[in-house]
Design a protein around this ligand. Structure first.
Ligand SMILES: NC(=O)c1ccc[n+]([C@@H]2O[C@H](COP(=O)([O-])OP(=O)(O)OC[C@H]3O[C@@H](n4cnc5c(N)ncnc54)[C@H](O)[C@@H]3O)[C@@H](O)[C@H]2O)c1
Length: 254
């Protein structure tokens, strides 16, 4: 590991949900590059396996596990497998999410529920299960992926509601678990090129609008999140909890 020692995560162990693509993949690769052992988890088994293999090819330490974050028993399996195979749980990236767009007046209850189950309940289940382990084992760092959609109005109703929930869930857990040495923070990306945004970016007018809203005049790449991830999972953030780090090229300045 090169660089300042406060960012040293060598020997640290943890998982990334949604690690098979986009931001999760970048976070898993970035944490491994910085010396951590990573459980790459995704509902897409093949994608998770490929990212873990990519890490091992680069001489990092990684395993993979397919789970659905909205299922309590599967989340429990994630924590159990991570702690058994990697030997502990120092960090937890609760990053998996989906986005459905549609008019608020047309959303069905089942679509509302399905999106909340993954984007909010999934984060809750992962936080609770990882948090219990960390409380019993001297602490740890939980990092949730929220979104600027939890702060401003720029996306779907259910998605935005879930992401606002993730930001407040992060703050409440940080307050409750600080005395246990369990840190809980989140970050809020702006417009990033990933599998989630790709279907929308096929329309040039969508990309043009995202660029117009972004003062830095480019869309983010998944790697743009690695600095915030490393900060929040490393000793560099040892006096930071309950925060939402906005990584959006300035979108929310206006
Ligand atoms: N891309 C952006 O512009 C952007 C902006 C703000 C926030 N985010 C958030 O970043 C996170 C990652 O999204 P991304 O942009 O990398 O999208 P992505 O679609 O590339 O990656 C999401 C990953 O989550 C996995 N996943 C979906 N449902 C799951 C489930 N139930 N259980 C486990 N894994 C599941 C998918 O298989 C996929 O690999 C999401 O929480 C998203 O809301 C993305």
């Amino acid at each position: 590991m090169s660089g300042h020692s406060v960012f040293d995560v060598s020997g640290k162990r943890g998982y990334v949900t949604g690690g098979g693509s986009g931001l999760g993949r970048a976070i898993a690769l970035g944490m491994a590059e910085a010396g951590a052992a990573v459980m790459v988890s995704d509902i897409n088994q093949e994608a998770a396996r490929e990212v873990a293999e990519e890490i091992r090819v680069q001489h990092g330490e990684a395993r993979s596990l397919a789970i659905d974050v909205s299922q309590k028993d599967q989340v429990e399996k994630l924590i159990q497998t991570t702690t058994e195979e990697l030997g502990g749980l120092d960090f937890a990236f609760n990053n998996a999410g989906i986005l459905k767009l549609g008019k608020p007046e047309d959303i069905s209850q089942s679509d509302w529920q399905e999106e909340l189950n993954i984007d909010l309940t999934g984060v809750f289940l992962c936080c609770q299960t990882a948090g219990r382990y960390m409380i019993d084992h001297g602490g740890g760092k939980i990092v949730n992926t929220a979104s600027i959609s939890g702060l401003v109005v720029n996306s779907g109703l259910t998605y935005s509601t879930a992401k606002a929930g993730v930001i407040q869930l992060t703050r409440v857990l940080a307050m409750r678990w600080a005395r246990h040495g369990v840190y809980v923070n989140c970050f809020s990306p702006g417009y990033i090129r990933t599998g989630m945004t790709a279907p929308h970016l096929t329309r040039p007018e969508v990309e043009k609008e995202m660029l117009r809203q972004t003062p830095l005049r480019r869309l983010g790449e998944p790697r743009d999140l690695v600095g915030a991830a490393l900060f929040l999972a490393s000793p560099a953030s040892d006096f930071v909890t309950g925060q939402n780090i906005i990584v959006d090229g300035g979108v929310t300045l206006t």
